[in-house]
Design a protein around this ligand. Structure first.
Ligand code: AMP
Ligand code: ZN
Length: 460
């Protein structure tokens, strides 16, 4: 079995991945808050952890990995969007989830095993909060429930901060009902139009962090293998998840391995609306940039390095993919991906090295190994490569199919009549027209490549 090594933020070491149960590897990633289109930065963790999911499935078996990614569908940003637009919250979250699926599907990301919505887990959150109060880790005050950070000795350990540093550095909300400025909200009261659920503390809604603790416990257990998310979530979100989960369950860890992707920038600058360099994934797809090309660019940088999105990389990715698609078009993928590619991915998801190994396969003309290796990272899927094949597919109508069948019959007849000149001319004509032929015992099969030209076919 392949050994996978991952950089574990929790221990600050690159460690061999040792699953709790190799028959059921359990991974949780923090998902989007659903009130708007996903931007390019949001796509980075999706693609990075999709590669992790694919690698784990490759190594342990497709049925042996449970990957959970949540939808945060209760949040003040969603409430604000509803108030601005006069739309129902449920309409906004449903529509945004639909967009998210469309956009992430376009990037070739597999759907996680489960995609729980926070609002479906309110009873579990309330139960967890009650447990935290009962154990003395949380307290109710003025309709709120707060987690008391001073009660959890290891608060700050993941991000390597002490409570005093946090207080000095953070713009924390100092509310009169907080025992400590760093205490964070588990539950808060809802008024009027605000979404709310009945609870022991009155009508209210959860704070953000508790949802991930409740959903991961429900779907993956009190302790699971890998928790993933962007580095911006390390503090306070992940710190708070750990505090809640460990105190609620009395466990030594929440997850054994914590993986954090670095941030994405655009042309060297933080992506922001005011700088005019803010793009959603949909913006790029609508400009005609194929999802596969976007995915390739995201894979060019190792996930633990900040990445810069540039027009130059986009061009390079597109040119490489076109070349590789030509190579693998009519090739049966090898049974296994190349060892060099698996090794690169197993070394802390080194996608940049995996792409370099694929370049080497292409250079050597190892097309079937390239095809199998590309599949492992979610690239070169001929079925979904519309940007390469839409013209080809559109030009193959009944007339062209008949023409091809007639030419193949003519070639077979020419060979039987030992007219090799004509038989070879037909074969060369197919090649020039971008159609690949394979002679088999019971006839000849054909396959169009991205260079397919109906005009040249007619000239044969
Ligand atoms: P949000 O909806 O803002 O909570 O973000 C969803 C996911 O996108 C989280 O895992 C964030 O860490 C990640 N994320 C947000 N902005 C960026 C960025 N610029 N680069 C990389 N990841 C990001
Ligand atoms: Zn989370």
């Amino acid at each position: 079995m392949v050994d996978i090594h991952l950089t574990n933020t929790r221990t600050r070491k690159k460690e061999r991945f040792d699953p709790i149960d190799p028959g059921n590897i359990r991974v949780y990633a923090c998902g989007p808050t659903v009130y708007d289109r996903a931007h390019l930065g949001n796509a980075r963790p999706v693609v990075v952890f999709d590669v992790l999911f694919r690698l784990l499935r490759h190594v342990y078996g497709a049925g042996a990995v449970t990957y959970v990614r949540n939808f945060t569908d209760v949040d003040d940003k969603i409430n604000a969007r509803a108030a601005e637009t006069g739309r129902a919250i449920r309409d906004i979250t449903e529509e945004t989830i639909g967009w998210y699926h469309d956009d992430m599907d376009a990037l070739g990301a597999l759907r996680p095993t489960q995609e729980p919505r926070a609002t479906d887990y309110i009873p579990q959150m309330i139960a967890m909060i009650e447990g935290l109060i009962a154990k003395g880790f949380a307290y109710a005050a003025e309709g709120h429930v707060l987690f008391e950070v001073r009660k959890f000795d290891e608060y700050g350990k993941l991000s390597g901060r002490s409570l005093d540093d946090m207080i000095a550095g953070a713009r924390v909300e100092v509310a009169p009902f907080k025992r400590d400025p760093m205490d964070f909200v588990l539950w808060k009261p809802s008024e009027g139009e605000q979404p709310g659920w009945a609870s022991p503390w009155g009508r209210g809604r959860p704070g953000w962090h508790i949802e991930c603790s409740a959903m991961s416990a429900e779907l993956l257990g009190d302790v699971f293998d890998i928790h993933a998310g962007g580095i911006d979530l390390q503090f306070p979100h992940h710190e708070n998840e750990i505090a809640q989960s460990r105190c609620a369950h009395g466990s030594k860890v929440m997850a054994n391995y914590w993986l954090h992707n670095e941030m994405l920038q655009v042309e060297g600058k933080k992506m922001s609306k005011s700088l005019g360099n803010f793009f959603t994934v949909r913006d790029l797809l609508d400009q005609g940039i194929p999802g596969e090309v976007i995915r390739f660019v995201l894979l060019m940088t190792h996930y633990r390095k900040p990445m810069d999105w540039t027009a130059e990389k986009l061009r390079e990715a597109e040119a490489t993919l076109r070349k590789w698609h030509d190579m693998v078009a009519c090739v049966e993928p090898a049974q296994f991906p190349a060892e060099t590619v698996v090794r690169a991915l197993s070394d802390d998801l080194n996608t940049a090295a995996a792409l370099a190994a694929m370049h080497e396969l292409a250079r050597r003309g190892a097309a079937s190994e390239l095809a199998a290796s590309a599949q492992l990272v979610g690239l070169l899927d001929v079925e979904s490569a519309d940007w390469i094949y839409s013209d080809v597919n559109a030009s193959i109508d009944d007339e062209i199919e008949d023409l091809i069948e007639n030419l193949l019959e003519e070639r077979a007849a020419a060979r039987s009549a030992r007219n090799f000149e004509r038989a070879d001319a037909i074969r060369n004509g197919f090649e020039a027209a971008g159609v690949s032929l394979t002679d088999e015992a019971d006839g000849t099969s054909w396959c169009p490549t991205p260079n397919f030209s109906p005009t040249k076919l007619r000239e044969i």
